[in-house]
Every structure is written in C-alpha cells, then in structure tokens.
Write a protein that binds this ligand. Structure first.
Ligand code: AMP
Ligand code: MG
Length: 485
C-alpha cells in the first residue's frame, strides 16, 4: 500500500484470477503537461498533492511516474456492441489502483489513453484531447446534476500526437469510478471460464458493491435484482435531464449503476423522443426514447450470464432471471414518474400524473421546444412572454397543470422550490461544449474552465452561468457527435 500524498492504494481486483486482467504498465510519454486537476475531487478522495507542482502532477497523471508500490492492470471484458458479442478489454486504460478514502470507500483510479495493453487489438492505446475534454466536462456536469457517474480527476496533454482522421494532440484522462466492473465483465467471465469464473467475479462484485447481499439465501439473484434497480433508476435520471448516452453497449454499463464512457453522448436541446446525436448510431438503437428499453436488453445479457449461478436447475434459473428482469419496467416507471412529479412540482400521487407529464412532452415535441429551458420556465410564477406559450395547445395543458397544482398537498412556494431543485438552469449545451472543445484544441483552456465552473452549480441562476443560458445558441439540427477515440 502506498501512503505518500494521501495515497492509500490497494488493488483488490488484481487478487482475482489472472484471466480477468493483465498486469501492464502505462507507456511513458515524452512531454506531459498538466491541463486540468480536480482539486475538490482529490480532497474528497483524501489525496493531498502539491497542486502548484504541475510538473510532478503531469508525471503522475500521465502514468510516467506512478504512486509508490503500484502494479497497474488492464481489465478484461467482453460486450454486446450494437447487439453483437465481442471480446474487448481495456485497450487504452490502466487501473493504477483502488484509493481508500478517509471514510473508507474504495474508488478505482484509472488512466485512459495511457498506452497499449494486450486488449488493444488494432488501436494505439491513446486518446485525443477533445474527446477526453468532453468526458471530463460531461462527467463532472453529470455529478453536479446529481446523476451517478464516474468522475474526472486530471487531464494531461501527452506531448505526443495521435493519428485519427488527422494528427491530433494526445491526452490522458484520470477517471475515478466506484469500480469498472461492467455487464460485459460478467459476459466475459461466463464465456471464458463458465461457472467457476462467474462465481469468483460475482462474489467479488457483491462484496464490493452490495455487501449486504452476502448474507442472503440466493445472493446472486439479489445481486441481479439490485443491478436491475440501479440501472432502471439511472436511466430514468438520464431521461429527466435529457441525456443521451449514445453508445449503450453492455461493456459501457456498470454494475455499480454509475454512468460510464462519455463517447458520443449529448444533451438534447429541441425535445424529440427519437433524438440521436451519435454518428455511428444510424438505426437509432440508442436514441433518447430507446434508452429505457435498451438498458433492459443489456440487463437480460447480465441475467443470461448469471444463469449458472441463479439455480442449479436451468429451468428454475431462467424463471428466476425472468422475474428479476420483469421487475425492471415497474422500477423504471416508478422512478420516471417520481422524477417527473418533482420536475412539475407535484406533491401527492394521482394516477393522471402520468398523462399530464406525457402530454407536456408531446406538446414540446410538436412545438420543437427546448427541453431544459421549457421545464425551467415552468418554475417561474408566470410563464415568460413567448409565442409558443400563448398557443391554445399549451394553454390547455397549462390550465390542467395549474389545477393539479391546486390539489397539491403542499403550498405553491414549496412546489416552486422543488421544481427549481429538479430542473437545471444549464446543462452541457452542445453549442457551448463544441465551442470550448475547439478552443481547448487550439490551446486556449480558459473557455473550457469557465463552462466547467458554470456547470458546477446547475440548479441556480448565477453570474457564472448567465452567458450559457442564451436559448438561441444551438447547433444545427444535423449536429452529430463522434465516438472520438
Ligand atoms: P469505447 O468505445 O470507448 O467503449 O471502447 C470500446 C473498446 O475499444 C474498448 O475495449 C476500448 O479499450 C477499445 N479502444 C477504443 N479506443 C482505443 C484505442 N485508441 N486503442 C486501443 N483500444 C481502444
Ligand atoms: Mg467503453
């Protein structure tokens, strides 16, 4: 264990059988330069580094000079990518260790873009600057939006170029996660080692993420149910803020219930259930409105992999898995309507709340309304002057909503408070995200820092977020996002 600078690093994953990972060091880079360091996150992890020693931090977070006594690994996993099974693994990431925080929580410290591994296939093991800036920004924004997510601790320019469609600056991101165990890790364990492999991984995952289940009669079934619950709640939370993950393959779905892998993700501006931003998602498999269903599809893959552990009779195992998967829709719907009630300021439960929320979304879709802005406008005592809000269709819905508010069990000012806590003023708007990434690529990180700062406080109208609230700043409707490796 390493103790200097507050590091308390273990690597419990490396005690698992070796087919689950490979020991491999990052490949050093020539001239690392620190671009971003997340001091608040470092503090919460109990890491106490000399923040003014940028050279030292650059050496550390490039993987050139790792904390003492660490033995990095790359994890093996598989995954269904757009429905097709592949063997994958960390092709450009190194798990440096698991930091034990002052309150005894365990977090993976992972470098991404830190060089090739045995799982790199044809890749170079590296990452380009813009996609790493994007992951840093969006993951931190998600955290501030109260969505479970991996975090970003540091970003270092490697000083080397990476070849993509053109030569780009290389970068290394330090990602923090409660673990990197994915649905695809279970698919891999089952595929390569069957029952034994699966049991070891499941026992480890339960002890790490769901320790209360260890004592249960059938901890594996309860583990499946617990992951179903966390994922159903996670995707409902994405829906509430208009987040589109973009590449919901089973290797990009954690068993901890944290959002992971910010590739072609984006926040919706103009509301549309079928919205897709990702350039590689030509069939809309991972569109906004498909996410709930796709998450369930992925959980079926987890259930399939876990079958041998659920019951020794295969017929019985399938029945148990089906029950767990069937619970998904109910949990998702409940989480969805609970969040929608908060967004609409509704206290108490009425069956018609579903259709009230749905009618509002339908109106937004027909009127091509901005998702974030429209919800936030409801938090004002009177709707702003705006042609769309004067339309008979909107007025009809608005009256219905006002009548529902009158039946609330609590006064109107509490509704407004609830709505202001549930409807962000700003999200990482595509226009500004593109603008600050472009500046960052050009060597100016200041616009990125300003947006990051504004996104730290998304539920309040502040001076720092004022400029990002301009509703006219939008990308064209044909705006596409890229996996951007
Ligand atoms: P992702 O799309 O980031 O979820 O990555 C899917 C798989 O491709 C993972 O196994 C990654 O490690 C691997 N991968 C992505 N980019 C690279 C790269 N530049 N070099 C090696 N492996 C990569
Ligand atoms: Mg991935």
């Amino acid at each position: 264990m390493s103790h200097s600078y507050g590091w308390r690093l273990e690597n419990s994953y490396a005690d698992l059988p070796e087919y689950l990972f490979s020991r491999i060091n990052p490949t050093p880079v020539s001239e690392p330069q620190l671009l971003l360091f997340n001091n608040d996150l470092a503090n919460s992890l109990g890491i106490d580094l000399p923040t003014d020693d940028k050279k030292m931090l650059a050496q550390l977070f490039s993987g050139n000079q790792l904390p003492k006594d660490t033995s990095p690994i790359a994890q093996a996993y598989a995954g269904h990518q757009f429905g097709h099974f592949s063997i994958l693994g960390d092709g450009r990431a190194h798990l440096v260790g698991e930091q034990i925080t002052p309150d005894n929580k365990r977090f993976d410290i992972q470098l991404k873009g830190s060089g090739p591994t045995p799982y790199s296939r044809n890749g170079d093991g590296r990452a380009a600057l813009a996609p790493m800036l994007r992951e840093y920004l969006i993951s931190e924004a998600m955290h501030a939006l109260k969505i479970p997510t991996t975090r970003s601790l540091a970003l270092v320019l490697s000083g080397e170029s990476v070849m993509r469609s053109s030569l780009l600056d290389g970068a290394i991101l330090t990602r923090v996660a409660s673990s990197h165990i994915r649905v695809g890790t279970f698919e891999y364990a089952n595929f390569t080692k069957g029952f034994e492999g699966l049991k070891i991984l499941a026992d480890y995952s339960i002890a790490r993420h769901y320790p209360k289940l260890v004592q249960q009669e059938n901890p594996y079934l309860d583990f499946l149910k617990a992951v179903v619950e966390r994922q159903a709640k996670l995707v409902a939370a994405w829906m509430h803020i208009g987040f589109i993950h973009g590449v919901m393959n089973t290797d990009n779905m954690t068993i901890s219930g944290e959002t992971i892998d910010y590739g072609p993700c984006a926040f919706m501006d103009i509301f549309s259930m079928g919205k897709v931003f990702s350039s590689i998602d030509s069939h809309g498999r991972y569109s906004y409105g498909s996410q709930a269903h796709v998450a369930q599809w992925n959980l079926v893959k987890l259930a399939d992999s876990l079958l041998p552990l659920l019951h020794k009779e295969s017929g019985r195992a399938v029945k148990l898995a089906e029950e767990a998967i069937d619970s998904y829709s109910k949990i998702f719907n409940q989480a969805w309507i609970t969040g929608m009630r908060c967004k609409l300021g509704l206290f108490g439960e009425e069956v018609e709340d579903f259709s009230l929320a749905q009618k509002f979304l339908d109106w937004m879709q027909t009127s091509k309304a901005d998702y974030t802005r429209t919800f936030r406008d409801l938090t004002q005592e009177n709707m702003p002057e705006n042609k769309a809000y004067k339309s008979p269709a909107f007025q009809k819905w608005y009256m219905e909503w006002k009548e529902r508010l009158l039946r609330n069990s609590k006064p109107l000012n509490l509704s407004l408070c609830l709505m202001r806590d549930s409807n962000p003023v700003i999200i990482p708007n595509n226009y500004y995200v593109e603008e600050v990434l472009l500046a960052g690529e050009g060597g100016d990180i200041e616009p990125f820092m300003a947006l990051l700062e504004a996104l730290r406080n998304p539920f309040e109208e502040t001076l720092s977020n004022e400029i990002y609230r301009n509703p006219n700043k939008k990308m064209n409707s044909d705006y596409k996002t890229f996996c951007g490796t």
